[in-house]
Design a protein around this ligand. Structure first.
Ligand code: HMG
Length: 464
């Protein structure tokens, strides 16, 4: 039975911090953000928004667009790492908000949980719900998987230039118009790590940035190795003697903590895959240097990062490799369109990979590409750490959905924050009534109770 993504809706806050303003305030070269990281704007939540109302707004949009009622939805999962309660799941808040519109008790039959594993948890939620459908448990109903996050780092930290916020809702069913997931090939890797984590009670993460960059690539590569074994075992893809698995993926979507991380990770995977092939000698000739190898003691990530000579040479090699005709071809044709939205919005943690997929569909379609039957590979990564590699095939009915995609229209009107406004929002000194962004229709946070017996209760309203 086919199972996969039928439609995707996004909800992005209407306030943003411009990369040029950020660079000026922090004394950085704006080119570092715009070209080095691929960050142009970062979406910032308003005083009356939290990850639950971002998620509810994305759900409401997808339901309205598809003429769905709560009776059509059998499961509603929310994946997030911006949780504000240690017990009450975020999907319960979302159900509460949706019932303000669709009627009290209308979602009573609907199961679901909040899932957590940094940025990769949405991929686990998609996998579990796809299998719920494949197993015949859905009984004709659809599942909603919503990925929603606020990527917020300490003021003045190196992570601060990779913030963002937003939600992506995905409708899953057994006749998906967009993408049917390939069965029995999904591969995971997992390792207890402290590259990025957020201890209880702390609003922002503790981050080891360069360590996390390298760990991301290593973990995705490990999952890719297992994915290759899975496609061989199931016979899904036959990899010829001078081919790699990447040749069989028409599009590649990577987790995007910032837009250029997608390119960096693709270059890492392509190097890894091409190194054993006859085509590698032409690459080395084009690059003009041997591929560097870590020095003695290069067995750990710490040792690799501490090996300054290797890091400098590897940086030089990667830079030249990324400029080769062979890499540029794979980058432009398989990845580049997925990066457009990320550079306008920033990191959405769990939602970043799926904003990238949504971006790829829209911008490839606008190029005039025929997407039907094309295989999409996904490289999902969550700190702490786990990676998931999986794939799916774009379905014949995709154009009915993708034709209507318009990123700028879906983001809606946006307002550029002043530095002072940004700092106030970051430090949470504003009350929800002091929201400053464009106030369209949708769910907003009204208040959070502080009295001891009701502390943490949240009230939301739907603004018509
Ligand atoms: P940094 O170390 O200050 O930046 O922060 P950098 O020195 O690495 O520079 C970034 C890039 O800009 C480099 O390019 C520089 O060469 C270039 P690259 O080597 O990557 O190709 N650059 C310039 N380019 C042009 N003109 C200039 C210039 N200066 C430098 N003047 C870092 C970067 C990502 C470490 C930091 O922002 C950070 O800590 N971010 C948060 C952590 C993060 O995003 N990690 C990503 C991997 S882990 C992950 O994805 C999981 C995550 O989403 C969380 C989760 O799973 O829940 C974060």
């Amino acid at each position: 039975m086919a199972a996969g993504i039928d439609d995707i809706a996004i909800y992005i806050p209407g306030l943003y911090l411009d990369a040029a303003d950020f660079a000026a305030a922090r004394g950085l070269d704006p080119v570092k953000l715009q070209k080095g990281l691929g960050v142009s704007q970062m979406a910032i939540v308003d005083a009356n928004q939290d990850p639950a109302c971002l998620a509810a707004n994305a759900c409401h949009r997808i339901m309205e667009r598809n003429g769905l009622s709560p009776a059509d939805i059998g499961r509603l999962y929310v994946s997030t790492e911006s949780s504000f309660d240690e017990s009450k799941a975020m999907n319960s808040y979302v159900v509460g908000m949706l019932e303000q519109v669709y009627g009290q008790g209308t979602f009573e039959h609907c199961g679901g949980v909040e899932t957590k594993f940094a940025c990769v948890s949405g991929s686990y939620a998609l996998y579990d719900n796809t299998n719920w459908i494949r197993a015949g448990e859905s009984d004709g109903k659809s599942a909603l998987v919503v990925v929603s996050d606020i990527a917020k780092y300490d003021l003045g930290s190196s992570g601060e230039m990779t913030q963002g916020a937003g939600a992506v809702a995905m409708l899953l069913n057994d006749e998906p118009r967009l993408l049917a997931f390939d069965p029995r090939v999904t591969a995971t890797s997992i390792k207890d790590e402290y590259d990025f984590y957020r201890p209880f009670g702390k609003e922002t993460p503790i981050v080891h940035g360069q360590y996390s960059n390298l760990l991301y690539m290593i973990q995705v590569r490990k999952a890719l190795e297992l994915y290759k074994e899975n496609v061989a075992r199931t016979g899904l893809i036959k990899i010829g003697p001078e081919e790699t698995i990447l040749d069989h993926m028409d599009y590649i979507n990577m987790h995007l903590p910032y837009s250029n991380m997608g390119k960096k990770a693709l270059a890492y995977l392509v190097r890894h895959e091409w190194r054993q092939l006859p085509r590698w000698s032409a690459i080395l000739e084009a690059v003009g240097m041997e591929e560097p190898v870590p020095g003695e003691g290069g067995g750990t990530i710490e040792a690799v990062l501490a090996d300054g000579e290797f890091m400098a040479r590897d940086h030089e090699f990667t830079r030249s490799f990324s400029q080769t005709e062979q890499f540029r071809q794979i980058y432009e044709s398989k990845l580049a369109s997925s990066l457009v939205a990320s550079s306008m919005i920033g990191n959405l943690y769990t939602a970043s990979l799926y904003l990238g997929f949504r971006s790829s569909l829209e911008f490839e379609f606008k190029k005039g590409a025929d997407l039907a039957g094309k295989r999409v590979g996904f490289g999902s990564y969550g700190s702490g750490s786990s990676a998931m590699v999986f794939s799916g095939v774009i379905q014949p009915g995709y154009a009915d959905v993708v034709r209507g995609m318009d990123l700028e229209a879906e983001i809606g009107p946006r307002r550029r924050l002043t530095w002072g406004e940004y700092e106030k929002l970051h430090e949470n000194v504003l009350d929800p009534s002091e929201a400053a962004g464009p106030q369209g229709t949708g769910f907003v946070l009204v208040d959070v109770k502080t009295e001891s017996e009701s502390r943490g209760e949240r009230r939301y309203a739907f603004v018509e």
